[in-house]
Design a protein around this ligand. Structure first.
Ligand code: SF4
Ligand code: MG
Length: 319
């Protein structure tokens, strides 16, 4: 359903005297992967690894710097603005913070009705009630405003709005990270059952490996704008081959992008600045298997160590 080929997204950053020096932040740097119909692809990595930028660039909420994205064999990256608008209902996004993604001045009814009105739907009232029911809310929530609902309820509203136009593909960008732990499981269960009922395809972005393990069929691990390992859930979690993936899985929690849970754990070494990434393999300053003269000299290629299991390391399959 989704095919991403050599996707790049660079942001210009100005620095120095009169801000004349332009550096390129390579947030997404040559990323390729596929998502099959009805599947969940989990994209994991530390904050700043380029996960969210990848999700937004796939939907062309950001214009890509290079590469191609296909949605059901349609090249998204080649569409005009009008053509993109026509296909937009099929591809939606859900953000981390439900409060800031919902307009506080609109009622829940109007929030969910907005895309329906924009695309000229009829029977809007019936459709809004149907959507509220699908996400476990009811008619009584329709008259309320976002600040009268809990975080979990607001995220359900965001999901209802994303489903309004019958999408096929959803980017879920840390959809439960801002919610209380007790509510997270409920929202994940809802996403899981909606996927089955509506045959949805998900790109599930999260720094939380536990959450990804619960929902994903395939996993991609990102580090400084690169995918460093891709495989099925079992391949990546039970037989991780990239040193970075092993580090992530070695029971050390990754800091939440929201600083509040930073206390929970410490990651080995700092993530280097994406503005000035290390030469060769970008992971080499943190890698326990680093070989001087090899790892810092040449960027490793992605190699297929077993069917569907890709690893970007000079010593893939040997460590
Ligand atoms: Fe580590 Fe070298 Fe492999 Fe990079 S290429 S992950 S530095 S062993
Ligand atoms: Mg993010």
């Amino acid at each position: 359903m989704i095919k991403v080929e050599h996707l790049k997204k660079y942001f210009p950053v100005t620095q120095g005297f009169l801000r004349k020096k332009v550096l390129w932040l390579k947030a997404v740097d040559d990323v390729s992967f596929e998502i099959q119909d009805g599947e969940t692809f989990g994209l994991v990595g530390e904050s700043g690894s380029g996960k969210s930028t990848t999700g937004r660039t796939i939907l062309r909420l950001y214009e890509p710097t290079g590469g191609k994205v296909y949605f059901n064999d349609i090249e998204i990256t080649a569409l005009s603005k009008e053509e993109l608008k026509r296909i937009r209902p099929k591809m939606q996004i859900i953000y981390q913070d439900p409060y800031s993604s919902l307009n506080p001045r609109l009622t829940i009814f109007d929030i969910i009705a907005e895309p329906l009105r924009e695309y000229g739907h009829e029977n809007i009232e019936d459709r809004v009630l149907e959507l509220l029911e699908a996400v476990g809310l009811s008619e009584e929530h329709a008259k309320k405003y976002p600040d009268e609902l809990s975080g979990g309820q607001c995220q359900r509203v965001a999901i209802a709005r994303a489903l309004a136009l019958d999408p096929e593909f959803l980017v879920l960008d840390e959809p439960t990270s801002a919610l209380d732990v007790s509510v997270q499981a409920q929202v994940l269960n809802l996403l899981d059952s909606l996927q089955k009922e509506m045959n949805l395809t998900y790109l599930f972005i999260s720094h939380d490996l536990g959450v990804v393990r619960y929902l994903a069929d395939k996993v991609g691990v990102m580090y400084l704008g690169n995918l460093v390992e891709v495989g099925t859930l079992d391949q990546v979690f039970d037989n991780p081959m990239h040193p970075y993936t092993r580090m992530l899985l070695s029971s050390i929690p990754i800091p939440d992008p929201k600083a509040r849970s930073l206390k929970k754990g410490v990651v080995i070494g700092e993530i280097p600045s994406p503005l000035n990434p290390p030469k060769g393999c970008k992971f080499h300053p943190r890698c326990p298997f680093y070989k001087p003269g090899v790892c810092d000299a040449k960027e490793p290629e992605m190699s297929e160590v077993e069917r569907g299991h890709l690893v970007k390391c000079h010593f893939a399959g040997e460590l």
